[in-house]
Design a protein around this ligand. Structure first.
Ligand code: NAD
Length: 471
């Protein structure tokens, strides 16, 4: 993305903001305040690697303080730079607002190639970065809560939580200083699959609106809809799996080594097993090989889910895309040119800012769990089960009929943590979809990205207006 010499990712985000801001009623000063990054912390710190001292460059950007804490991942990548971290922090503000997660946006970046370091060295770098954040009050359950991004995962989040707790002995909520932790360190069940599952909920909701489907020449519902997914990583695999289980037909799956297509449908779990065994997605029994993986995007389908990389649909291939619905599970899979071409063709493009927000939604649940110090469902699971059992017994008594053992288990089941997390995610994705759809109708456009931006600016703008100007 950031290859061109004068390219600014942050300026690109500002351009999209300006395009949407025209449809809002805010004072230019408020709009300027929403757009700006509130705090940018650029740091350099030394780390001893073998016998040498390496100076590491890193960032934490808090884009907006209209809601606290701020929230956003930490990227470990050699190409990390201030412009990129600022842009990603801004996008987090808008993403959180769209899905009603009461946080301001933030992002962190450590400019290293994580592959170059041993686990011990990674731990040293991560802990030092965390301590720099503590020193400047750029981390804490009530101020700024990082999460994983490229190059980091649950392991790094554990180190950060532990470093923070060491500096703040006795701070009872300290586990809430970071999300994406392992379950054993205060993580929440359902976080791993959250983004893929959120993608599924969002698209399923869209397909349930009969009048919108009619406009696309499709029937309502997911049943039998042909889906192609690009990328079988965390997001793509889970999205494909939930689409498959939800009754859609997965006709195509693409990975970097190639793609496969089968009109009769593919079972994602079986494809993943085949890929593990043969080290390639190609030559899957009954499917057609597509040697040039990106051509899979152009195959016939109703729904296309790019879930791998940015910029995969651009001016060179947008014309040949046959899907009517494009769900941006990855970040930035469409170039602005592709966006314009596909909108003109009448496609519905479900923007990344909304569709892949499942991760941050469930991170919010993790933070809530950390602050309440209790697993979701712990207090009421058994109570619900007992009540359900009593209701069932009463119904059986009244009707004189007995349910089957499977039905009994399903009906009496009390909610486990994962059930509640899924339920919260589903509800959030559904509600937010309709907020965006309402805005599209109000603006008289099929440009869901701009509508989502307007919804988001409206919420952040109202928060700033109500806060007033201090002093
Ligand atoms: P991942 O690394 O687990 O998966 C990416 C997959 O894409 C890998 O299997 C990779 O082999 C495959 N891939 C790479 N190049 C490809 C190509 N040219 N054609 C087809 N497949 C290719 O990453 P992820 O976590 O699933 O993230 C995917 C996208 O979703 C990224 O854009 C990321 O920013 C975005 N996203 C992820 C999350 C999350 O919670 N993981 C949240 C929001 C957004």
């Amino acid at each position: 993305m950031g290859g061109a010499k004068n390219y600014s990712f942050f300026a690109e985000v500002e351009r999209n903001f300006d395009k949407a801001a025209k449809f809002t009623r805010f004072d230019p000063g408020i709009l300027e305040q929403i757009k700006a990054c509130n705090s940018v912390y650029r740091m350099k710190f030394p780390v001893r690697i073998n016998d040498k001292i390496e100076v590491v460059e890193a960032y934490r950007v808090q884009h907006s303080h209209h809601k606290l804490p701020c929230k956003g991942g930490i990227r470990y990548n050699i190409n990390v730079n201030q412009d990129e971290v600022m842009a990603l922090a801004a996008l987090m503000t808008y993403k959180c607002a769209i899905v009603n997660v009461p946080f301001g946006g933030a992002k962190g970046g450590i400019k290293i190639d994580p592959k170059k370091y041993t686990e011990f060295e990674m731990e040293k770098i991560t802990r030092r970065y965390a301590s720099e954040l503590v020193k400047k009050n750029f981390i804490g359950p009530g101020t700024d809560v990082p999460a994983p991004d490229y190059g980091s995962g649950a392991r790094e989040m554990s180190w950060i939580a532990d470093t923070y707790a060491s500096y703040k002995p006795g701070e009872v909520d300290s586990l809430g200083c970071v999300t994406g932790k392992p379950i054993t360190q205060g993580g929440v069940r359902g976080r791993t699959e959250a983004t893929g599952l959120g993608t599924f909920y969002g698209i399923r909701e869209m397909c349930s609106v009969e009048e919108d489907m009619k406009k696309l020449g499709l029937t309502a519902g997911l049943e039998g809809k042909k889906v192609i997914v690009q990328g079988l990583g965390n997001v793509g695999y889970h999205a494909a799996k939930f689409f498959y289980e939800g009754g859609a037909t997965i006709v195509g799956l693409a990975e970097y080594e190639g793609a496969i297509y089968d009109e009769n449908g593919l079972d994602p779990d079986k494809v993943v097993a085949h890929r593990k065994e043969t080290k390639s997605i190609l030559n899957y029994p009954g499917a057609t090989n597509i040697e040039n993986s990106s051509e899979a995007l152009e195959m016939p389908c109703d729904i296309l889910i790019p879930a791998a990389l940015e910029n995969v649909i651009n001016a060179t291939n947008a014309d040949r895309i046959q899907a009517k619905i494009i769900g941006e599970a990855a970040n930035g899979p469409l170039s602005p040119e592709a966006d314009a071409i596909l909108l003109k063709k009448g496609c519905m493009i479900v923007p990344d800012m909304y569709l892949n927000a499942g991760g941050v939604i469930v991170s919010y649940f993790e933070w809530l769990k950390n602050l309440s110090h209790v697993r979701f469902g712990r207090m009421d699971k058994r109570f619900s089960e007992n009540q359900n059992t009593q209701i069932l017994a009463a119904v059986e008594n009244l009707t004189g009929k007995k349910v089957t053992d499977i039905e009994r288990r399903q009906l009496s089941h009390g909610p486990h943590e994962v059930d509640l997390v899924y339920s919260g995610l589903e509800d959030t994705m559904i509600d937010s979809y309709h907020e965006i759809r309402e805005m599209m109708l109000q603006l008289g456009t099929n440009d869901m990205r701009t509508a989502a931006f307007v919804v988001s600016i409206n919420k952040v703008g109202v928060a700033y207006e109500e806060l007033g100007i201090f002093p």
